[in-house]
Ligand binder design. Structure first.
Ligand SMILES: Nc1nc2c(ncn2[C@@H]2O[C@H](COP(=O)(O)OP(=O)(O)O)[C@@H](O)[C@H]2O)c(=O)[nH]1
Ligand SMILES: [Mg+2]
Length: 368
């Protein structure tokens, strides 16, 4: 796919960019970190789109990371460049199995991903692990926690771990994660796991970008089902009671309760019967079963067409969301808009104008 000329550019670039290696290179002390970071950023931004794309298609992690950095950036020129890279990667994407894992904080998602991930990479799967956690900017702890929990996986040559993009709204984080999935697939990752915290709306966002959604639960005291939002259970393609090493009988009981509860739900559109199992990221019990079920689900839904239908629906949703976001962005970035909104606010508070007509005028005056 790459001709000689491109190869040369690519390897030249690698050679030239040796200074960018972020670890192991001792920097003279008189250069401030701020300046070094600026230099790095500049360098990053200089990498041509074609070089990034070639790198990604060759499975080069440095190029993949840089492209992801562009995706995560809020700078307009970075975003623009990221879009070009994504556009060129799309034809090579879509071939992975996309798995979402949700559950309350502490359910053992990261630990399970580490254990399941090691199992998969040992089978020569190439695994990308992403996270959706809009709260991560505030509680930096969760990122640090995940890093230590996925210690082995993070040094595994067959795995690629990227913490949640920390900037912005849930919608922004979700969009970025979707784009990162495309880049990872183009880089040859055949399995993508998205970890998401089962609080708020982030699991809905995660569900909208994966093929299979696994809900991790704990066998708590007695009334397990009470605290669980019905919506999450309806989204799950499988439920696993984690930490069954602690009390196997209790885990079994909890699993049975979930099975009973699921009977009360209508049949999912996929036609798939949602399995419930016990597992342990520590003893590794149930992990093989989880993976087998994922493969079974993919085969089942590919056969009945639901797999493709769901991805199409997800794409249509991206269209809607992108239109919405683009309009909003254009509106708020219109020249002088900030001041005009400020003025409209004052006018409304002083009863000089109604909120409706002020809004209409602002929209009229924008560059949408
Ligand atoms: N006993 C036991 N503890 C576990 C298991 N899985 C995770 N943990 C522990 O539960 C805590 C939370 O795990 P973590 O993976 O960070 O949960 P997350 O917030 O859902 O990602 C950590 O202290 C883990 O060591 C398990 O299978 N058995
Ligand atoms: Mg975690």
């Amino acid at each position: 796919m790459m001709d000689e000329k491109d190869k040369k550019t690519y390897s030249n670039f690698e050679f030239e960019s040796a200074l960018n290696v972020q670890e192991g290179v001792k920097q003279p002390e008189q250069i401030s970190n701020f300046y070094l970071e600026k230099m790095r950023q500049n360098k990053r931004n200089e990498i041509p789109v074609d070089t990034l794309v070639d790198g990604i298609l060759h499975g080069d992690r440095v190029m993949l990371s840089r492209a992801i950095t562009l995706v995560e950036s809020s700078r307009f020129d970075h975003r623009h460049k990221a879009q070009q890279v994504i556009e060129q990667c799309i034809p090579y994407s879509g071939k992975s199995v996309r798995v979402g894992i949700t559950g309350v904080p502490g359910a053992g998602k990261s630990t399970t991903i580490e254990a399941l991930g090691k199992m998969l990479t040992a089978l020569n799967h190439k695994l990308a692990v992403l996270a959706i956690d809009p709260s991560s900017e505030r509680s930096k702890g969760s990122i640090l926690g995940d890093k230590t929990r996925m210690e082995e996986l993070s040094t595994d040559p067959n795995a690629f771990i990227r913490p949640s993009p920390s900037a912005g709204s849930l919608g922004g984080v979700a969009r970025k994660t979707r784009e990162i999935i495309i880049l990872c697939e183009a880089a040859g990752f055949d399995t993508v796991i998205v970890e998401t915290v089962g609080v708020g709306q982030s699991e809905v966002a995660a569900h909208s970008m994966v093929d299979f959604f696994l809900l991790l639960q704990l066998a708590n005291t007695g009334d397990e089902l009470q605290g669980i939002k019905r919506g999450i259970m309806e989204m799950a393609d499988m439920i696993a009671i984690n930490k069954c090493d602690i009390d196997p009988d209790k885990a079994k009981l909890a699993a049975q309760q979930f099975r009973n509860a699921l009977h009360l739900f209508p049949m999912p559109d996929s036609g798939w019967t949602v399995p419930v199992t016990q597992c342990s990221a520590y003893s590794k019990e149930g992990l093989q079963e989880i993976w087998n079920k994922i493969l079974e689900y993919v085969a089942f839904t590919k056969k009945n067409g639901y797999f493709y239908q769901k991805r199409q629906q997800q794409n249509l949703r991206i269209l809607d969301e992108t239109i919405e976001n683009t309009l909003k962005e254009r509106f708020y970035n219109s020249p002088g808009m900030e001041e005009r909104i400020e003025k409209a606010r004052r006018d409304i508070l002083e009863n000089k104008v109604s909120a409706y007509s002020a809004a209409e005028r602002l929209v009229e005056s924008s560059s949408i």
